[in-house]
Design a protein around this ligand. Structure first.
Ligand code: FES
Length: 177
């Protein structure tokens, strides 16, 4: 559970720029989502959705970052994260495959990528293989429409992804290569 007492100290800052928890490039996508919504508090769910899409789940550091950036209380962020069943607070499989189902990616063949995952691992969106090796998640837009169809494979944004390429990756994951 979030330590709301500690977090309260960190939300009082008037600084406009809130540093992300790490220098992981995926935070840029989270920041882009908040920026697109003008850092409005109403963007909370959308932003948490982006965090989960990028990282596979919501951890305390991520929720804290969102709280500070949108200037909402950590307890509210935690409340939203636990209220909606689509949010996960724990990591899922060892490997995470996030397929973008936004308009640009869908037009460019995201459905074929979903089919590739299903035929290779038997997974549908939101599921994890029985051996906890691979989780499949979806995203609405990764901010990488120019390289659609896009996906995030273990944290790495992959553009112009082809079904055969994705299958190969999944098979390697399955075999622990
Ligand atoms: S719609 Fe997929 S990256 Fe924008």
């Amino acid at each position: 559970m979030l330590e709301t007492s500690n977090l309260a100290k960190t939300t009082g800052s008037r600084s406009k720029v809130v540093e992300p928890p790490t220098d992981d490039k995926r935070w840029r996508l989270v920041i882009a989502t908040m920026r697109r919504h003008g850092y409005a508090q109403s963007a909370l769910i959308e932003t948490l959705h982006t965090v989960q899409s990028c990282f596979g789940y919501l951890d305390e550091a991520g929720m804290l970052f969102v709280a500070r950036s949108l200037k909402v209380s950590p307890s509210k962020v935690y409340g939203v994260a636990t209220f909606y069943s689509l949010f996960r607070l724990k990591p899922q499989g060892k490997h995470t495959c996030v397929i973008c189902l936004g308009t640009a990616c869908y037009i460019k063949g995201a459905a074929k990528l979903l089919d590739a995952v299903e035929s290779t691992c038997g997974l549908k969106v939101g599921e994890t293989t029985a051996d906890n090796q691979i989780s499949l998640l979806e995203a609405r837009c990764l901010g990488a429409c120019g390289i659609a169809p896009a996906a995030i494979l273990d944290g790495q944004v992959c553009g112009k992804l082809e079904a055969a390429e994705l299958k190969e990756k999944l098979e390697k994951w399955h075999l622990n290569l």
